[in-house]
Design a protein around this ligand. Structure first.
Ligand SMILES: Nc1nc2c(c(=O)[nH]1)N[C@H]1C(S)=C(S)[C@@H](COP(=O)(O)OP(=O)(O)OC[C@H]3O[C@@H](n4cnc5c(=O)[nH]c(N)nc54)[C@H](O)[C@@H]3O)O[C@H]1N2
Ligand SMILES: Nc1nc2c(c(=O)[nH]1)N[C@H]1C(S)=C(S)[C@@H](COP(=O)(O)OP(=O)(O)OC[C@H]3O[C@@H](n4cnc5c(=O)[nH]c(N)nc54)[C@H](O)[C@@H]3O)O[C@H]1N2
Ligand SMILES: [Mo]
Length: 820
């Protein structure tokens, strides 16, 4: 349903009376005669106006008020008009012909046949029925989630899960790829996940912090996107910080093997460190604090438990008989002992804010750096003070921007209103666990029935036969492509719902074309955590080709088992958008008055006033008894009796330095594969989203391939010139990438951004990836028995110039269509 011009004008009249409207937001229809309109919408990349000429989006520009729009807005048109768009419902050819007798080795050959929507949805429904009947709910996994496009009504994870739940039960996941290790360990230590919690407000940090440590943290890169529509207000604070650094008022140190975008932007200090050795460095800082009596004993006495059980380990009186001295750490982390001491003394002498990024916990034993970070902050005694203590989230979705305190719109419901169709199989997961740690699903396919430790419990991996993916791209997000290839050969049915032909579609059996967010009406929070307002997401153009909204697709699926009325609750798209708006309006009635829906829809954005400053753990500091933490003891747990009781060798009662199974700079595997591959989050994409945006990709690709960043020293060592094609490989896989030689990178460290589209030369295991997906090389291992989280960053590789004839990139442009 689109808003007609008449309704638009009606809304225009209604708006003039209310004061909440900023008139500049009005989408004037003057040029409509020339078939040109401007519409307001928003995305992970921010709010914008789109110009539509003769039914085509021709211009996207940031909405007024976004003072720091991201360059990625330039990539949006290319998403809508990508040659990779899924045009029709498609079924894998071999599967279509032979179903369960299909030759498993053909999976991934990208040969598909076009079917009608009815055929595709009938097949989807039949397979749900078959798998539930023949096996049980444990054989179906529809619980993987991901970075679906923005919009609260059309949140496609919710649509798929609600619809499939109405049919029957299935395996779900726990945790996520972002912060799997962090969100599991921190509740034991600080009483909450911390990673998704509001952090100390930037104005307080700017006012009080004298030293800010960016530990494995690149906010200037990562704050370009938000979970909801991003406002980019954090960049205003980063600008102020830059001025303070220049004026010598605040010292900022970036502890990172790489010179980050933030470090360059702030022009602040960089402390180089060998990858994955941060815990050693932190221990040596702690050692210095303790032995020089610079630690805050009264804070430790009042607010923490277990310090005395940690000290012997620090001093070398424990089992390992190794004192964690700066000299000991220097040999591991490469940071000079004197520098470690200087840092310890500086931290203790002034207000110090530790700001951790997340990449550092996406490694083997990724729990340890976060735990040790909390211990360090506790020893400094500044937790709960403005501008002091530790944060694990200031690089994410504008956390730290003072929030309005308003409610923002809820989402289309995830759960069914009543039980599933198959009431009888409700709890019948047999011997299997019904939730599994998010990154362990490939293990489940390969080793069904295996029991693994997880966070104090035992998980029995289910025997998966069918998987349904929507709003996520596992053939980007999961590790070790060749292992995935082997696993997928065991699956009977894979359904992928997406708008673009990702590698997940290539390896699926039934592929359903959703439309993009730009082809449907929706609304969103403006500012994920800052809750700066409510944004209208006007449909820009009609769904392209045969694509349909997820809502529409899932309604039609539910029709097949007669639950469609319950699914939609009798409301259509626009009625849902209006309902979600009105529910939000009612919730904000007394504090943040909002105009009626029509007014809101015309004006595009309702802004919320109010800036509430906040100090993380402030109330706990004020009164640790009344405002106790969510830990077992209510205090900060430097030693966790609960974790110690689990008896895990790879995550014990207090933080420890543990060697990794792969590590650069003399660590394990570095003799065979000398380079550390970090697969950080892309500067010019959101994961795999926007990689299919052709013109935009051309602004960063190298000979049509994903760049690999490499130091001038290593480039010379391996006879690589900037712009060369290179083969990157290890024992798990091989890929082609384009070399970018950059002095931001130290010897021994290379980077390929995650989300580069997988483009195998063939379906067979081990084939060369023609574009440069780093997960062709990463390992699929749990961080520890505690979190079982991804260790994407624990990865050693080799590199060589690629001098043969370059194969064509197979990642983009959709399937090979076989005529029926
Ligand atoms: N090596 C390595 N791997 C990593 C990481 C890393 O650092 N290194 N990071 C991990 C992290 S933190 C994350 S969060 C994950 C991200 O993993 P994902 O969330 O899986 O990544 P996206 O590329 O955002 O995938 C979203 C997919 O949903 C589709 N989609 C978007 N909107 C819609 C919609 O409305 N309807 C439908 N049907 N589909 C839609 C998009 O086209 C896209 O294919 O990756 C993880 N993988
Ligand atoms: N532009 C953009 N922004 C994003 C995303 C995106 O895809 N694109 N994704 C969003 C999502 S879902 C997430 S989870 C977050 C991810 O946020 P993070 O995981 O924090 O981001 P990364 O870019 O992977 O890594 C940040 C820094 O960690 C450093 N680092 C890695 N390993 C180590 C180590 O062992 N020691 C030290 N000291 N430093 C290390 C890297 O060099 C890098 O500078 O970003 C969010 N923001
Ligand atoms: Mo993430």
């Amino acid at each position: 349903m689109s808003i007609s011009r008449r309704e638009f004008l009606k809304g225009l009249l209604a708006t003039s009376a209310t004061t909440m409207i900023s008139s500049s937001l009005l989408v004037a229809g003057k040029t409509e005669a020339a078939q040109e309109t401007w519409k307001v919408s928003g995305s992970h990349w921010g709010a914008f106006r789109a110009k539509i000429e003769r039914g085509t989006v021709t211009t996207i520009k940031a909405l007024e008020g976004d003072a720091h729009p991201t360059d990625m807005l330039k990539g949006i048109q290319g998403i809508i008009y990508s040659p990779s768009r899924i045009r029709y419902p498609m079924v894998r050819y071999e599967w279509y012909m032979n179903r369960l007798q299909a030759n498993p080795a053909t999976r991934g050959d990208n040969r598909f046949i076009r079917v009608t929507w009815d055929q595709a949805l009938d097949l989807f429904y039949e397979e749900l029925e078959r798998v539930q009947t023949q096996y049980g709910p444990w054989a179906l996994h529809a619980g993987q989630t991901g970075w679906r496009q923005t919009g609260q009504m059309h949140s496609c994870n919710n649509h798929m899960q609600r619809a499939v739940s109405m049919h029957g039960h299935y395996i779900k996941k726990i945790g996520d790829y972002s912060t799997g290790a962090g969100q599991t360990i921190l509740p034991y230590i600080l009483g909450s996940t911390e990673v998704y919690a509001q952090g100390t407000s930037w104005p307080l940090i700017l006012e009080h912090s004298k030293l800010i440590v960016l530990w494995a943290n690149d906010p200037a890169k990562n704050l370009q996107v938000g979970w909801n529509c991003e406002t980019h207000e954090s960049y205003g604070y980063l600008d102020q910080l830059k001025q303070k650094v220049a004026a010598g008022e605040t010292r900022v140190i970036s502890i990172d093997p790489v010179k980050t975008k933030t470090q360059l932007m702030l022009d602040c200090e960089q402390q180089y460190i060998h990858p994955h050795t941060d815990v050693a460095m932190m221990l040596a800082i702690a050692y210095t604090l303790y032995t020089e009596e610079l630690h805050d004993q009264s804070f430790l006495d009042t607010y923490t438990l277990g310090f005395e059980r940690f000290v012997p380990y620090l001093l070398g009186e424990g089992e390992d008989k190794t004192a964690k001295t700066p000299a000991w750490a220097e040999a591991i982390c490469g940071v000079p002992a004197a520098r470690i001491q200087e840092l310890a003394r500086t931290m203790a002498s002034q207000r110090t804010q530790l700001l951790f990024g997340w990449s550092i916990q996406r490694q083997q034993h990724g729990e340890q750096p976060y735990w040790m970070g909390a211990v360090l902050a506790a020893m400094l005694g500044q937790i709960g003070l403005p501008g002091g203590g530790v944060s694990y989230a200031h690089h994410y979705s504008s956390i730290g921007v003072p929030a309005s305190g308003a409610a923002t719109p809820g989402a289309f419901p995830l759960n069914p209103d009543q039980g599933s169709k198959r009431e009888h199989d409700k709890e019948d997961f047999g011997q299997y666990s019904k939730t599994i740690p998010v990154a362990r699903w490939v293990d489940a396919i390969l080793e069904p029935g295996k029991k693994i430790d997880y966070n104090g419990s035992t998980v029995t991996l289910p025997e998966l036969k069918m998987m349904v993916f929507s709003g996520n791209n596992p053939w980007h997000h999961h590790q070790d492509r060749n292992r995935m290839k082997q696993a997928f050969q065991k699956l009977e049915t894979v359904v992928a719902i997406d708008f673009t032909w990702t590698a997940t579609c290539r390896f699926a059996d039934i592929v359903l074309p959703a439309c993009t967010q730009y082809e449907r009406n929706d609304l969103d929070a403006y500012g994920s955590y800052s809750k700066r307002g409510v944004l209208a997401m006007h449909k820009l153009v009609d769904p392209l080709y045969q694509s349909r909204s997820d809502f529409d697709i899932m309604t039609d699926l539910c029709r097949r088992f007669d639950r469609h009325k319950e699914y939609t609750r009798g409301l259509d798209e626009m009625e849902w958008v209006e309902k979600l708006y009105n529910d939000c309006r009612a919730a904000n009635k007394d504090t943040h008055p909002m105009p009626d829906f029509t007014t809101f829809w015309q004006q595009g954005l309702v802004r919320f006033e109010g800036n509430t400053d906040f100090v993380r753990q402030g109330s706990f500091r004020e009164d640790p008894e009344i405002n106790s933490l969510g830990t077992p003891s209510g205090f900060i747990e430097i030693f966790s009796r609960q974790i110690a009781r689990y008896g895990y060798d790879d995550c014990q009662g207090h933080p420890m330095w543990m060697e990794k199974n792969e590590r650069s700079h003399g660590g394990p595997m570095s003799d065979k594969h000398p380079l550390w591959l970090q697969s950080c989050h892309p500067d010019q994409r959101l994961h795999s989203q926007m990689c299919d945006s052709e013109a935009y990709r051309a602004t960063y690709s190298v000979q049509g391939r994903e760049p690999i960043y490499i130091s001038p020293e290593d480039a010379k060592r391996y006879s690589i010139q900037d712009g060369d094609l290179v083969r990157v490989f290890n024992d798990r896989g091989q890929l082609l990438a384009g070399a970018r030689v950059s002095d931001r990178f130290p010897p021994g460290v290379v980077r390929i951004y995650e989300g580069a589209w997988y483009g195998p030369m063939g379906a067979e295991v081990g084939s060369l990836d023609t574009y440069g997906d780093p997960n062709t090389l990463t390992q699929d291992l749990g961080s520890s028995k505690l979190a079982q989280a991804t260790v994407a960053n624990t990865c050693q590789v080799s590199i060589e110039p690629f001098r043969s004839k370059a194969p064509r990139v197979t990642s983009f442009g959709g399937p090979t269509e076989i005529e029926a």
